[in-house]
Design a protein around this ligand. Structure first.
Ligand code: SAH
Length: 244
């Protein structure tokens, strides 16, 4: 049997946001590998082995999945949102790169709806013009790099989406981000805190930078900060397509 590996995104939570392509490969899979809460979204069935694993073991998980595929299994690695956005696709290729034995494997990455796009859609169109995305976790990069990129994005007047804004292990970082934004942007700049988008727990809250507090974000929140042009249209937040 010829094995394969598919690295898929399950979207932000709602079943309707899982692509038909991803549903299709899950139906053919023999094995599903991923972080516990994402594997929990896969319905068990005969012939399917589920391998839920803890966070922060991405390299082990990737090697396990590649080894299963090399042995002829049909393996799906699941991420939430899109697998290429702060998720498993890069983790898999980090393991593939130094292992020539894996270079000829049948591997494909299947996209998903990433959190910022689901959040932006729920809010209106805050990312409707140029924007950038920053992972605020300093697990895998120094804090100085986060600040440098943040300042560059402010200087470029990008709208921004922040992933992993705040966790129990890193309670301070997001407060520092808000301080930095407060020093460099106007106080009326709009910020949307989008939590658990597309799940029953969804909440969406837009405030000005002056009103924003670190406690408004947690690990289930993606934070969207507008550019200087981002504004309200009734209940909606949007960034116009043209800038002066
Ligand atoms: N691959 C994922 C991101 C993984 S990083 C994606 O493409 O969406 C985990 C971070 O994603 C969380 O800390 C949060 O910032 C964001 N996130 C994931 N799902 C979310 C959801 N349903 N609502 C809001 N933010 C979400």
């Amino acid at each position: 049997m010829t094995g394969w590996l598919r690295i898929v995104g399950l979207g932000p939570g709602a079943e309707g946001m899982v692509t038909p392509e991803v549903t299709g490969v899950l139906a053919q899979a023999t094995d599903v590998v991923g972080y516990i809460p994402y594997v929990a979204r896969i319905a068990p069935r005969n012939g399917l082995t589920l391998y839920p694993s803890d966070n922060r073991v991405e390299a082990d998980r990737a090697l396990h999945a590649l080894t299963l595929a090399a042995a002829g299994r049909r393996v799906v690695v699941v991420s939430s949102g899109d697998p290429g956005v702060f998720a498993m696709a890069s983790a898999v290729f980090e393991v593939v790169e130094p292992h020539p034995a894996f270079h000829a494997l049948d591997i494909a990455v299947l996209p998903g709806i990433t959190a910022m796009l689901a959040a932006a859609a729920a809010a209106g169109a805050p990312l409707g013009h140029d924007f950038c995305t920053i992972n605020l976790s300093d697990n895998l990069k120094p804090w100085a790099t986060i600040e440098r990129r943040l300042l560059a994005a402010v200087a470029g007047d990008f709208a921004m989406a922040f992933y992993n804004p705040r966790s129990r292990a890193r309670p301070e970082g997001f407060g520092r981000v808000l301080d930095l934004l407060t020093r460099t942007c106007e106080p009326g700049r709009l910020i949307t805190f989008a939590r658990a988008v597309s799940t029953p727990d969804q909440s969406l809250r837009t405030v000005t930078l002056a009103e924003a507090r670190p406690e408004m974000a947690d690990m289930r929140t993606v934070v969207l900060i507008g550019s200087s042009a981002t504004r309200r249209a009734g209940p909606w937040i949007y960034t116009p397509r043209g800038v002066a």
